[in-house]
Design a binder for this molecule. Structure first.
Ligand code: SF4
Length: 220
């Protein structure tokens, strides 16, 4: 394979997006959900926790609290045992109850699907709001988690980004609006299974021709 070391940033983006579009056309979240309420609960629970573990936890929560009105009536002592097995159960219990109460009080029981409104909810930061709006409504918002941050930097989609917000702004500036929502999943899945944190599996990665990290290690 001939490596195109002198790719411009535009060409690099095009290469990466073309690859994913052709080979991973159906990328989506690995969290299991049926509606915006279930996705919001799952994403709040997923902070510092694997999707796999969250998926083991949510069925019991959704059975007991099938919607926002039901969750808003939960007490800490009732909800806590259902999420005890995931990370930060204390805070997450408080956040879920607080979130449901605020949706009832301030949003007439309807989960808002805009970033500025979502970030007002307890337990919902910019990353979570970006996930909800891009997954539910395909809004061009890029949630930058640890995988997206690492993979984007290695490939060279981002340059000297020091924070998730800096990475987010660089990515949405360069990715066509209609592809941002799926690009988020492409980068996460690539980071989870190929471009893993400790030892990226470059030998089996089709993005090598566009990857700055690979260029650097092979030039050494
Ligand atoms: S070539 Fe290596 S570092 Fe670059 S994206 Fe692929 S796995 Fe990651």
């Amino acid at each position: 394979m001939r490596y195109i070391y002198s790719m411009t940033k535009k060409e690099r983006y095009q290469f990466v997006l073309n690859y994913f579009e052709t080979h991973v056309p159906q990328a989506e979240t690995e969290l299991i959900y049926d509606n915006p309420y279930q996705l919001l609960v799952a994403v709040i629970l997923s902070a510092q926790c694997t999707d796999k573990r969250v998926n083991l936890t949510t069925p019991a929560i959704f059975e007991k609290y099938p919607d926002i009105p039901a969750l808003s009536t939960a007490t800490f002592d009732e909800l806590f045992p259902l999420i005890r097995s995931i990370s930060y159960p204390n805070n997450k219990t408080k956040h879920l109850i607080g979130m449901a109460n605020m949706v009832m009080d301030d949003f007439n029981g309807e989960i808002p699907i805009t970033v500025p409104e979502l970030v007002k909810l307890p337990g919902v930061g910019r990353k979570t709001a970006n996930v909800i709006t891009s997954v539910i409504d395909h809004q061009p918002n890029m949630a930058v988690d640890t995988h997206v941050f690492r993979v984007s930097a290695r490939i060279g989609l981002t340059t000297n980004a020091k924070t998730p917000l800096q990475a987010e702004l660089q990515l949405i500036k360069n990715i066509p609006k209609d592809k941002v929502h799926i690009a988020h999943h492409w980068l996460i899945l690539h980071g989870r299974y190929i471009c893993v944190a400790r030892s990226p599996k470059c030998g089996e990665c089709a993005l090598r021709p566009a990857c700055k990290y690979y260029q650097k290690i092979t030039a050494a």
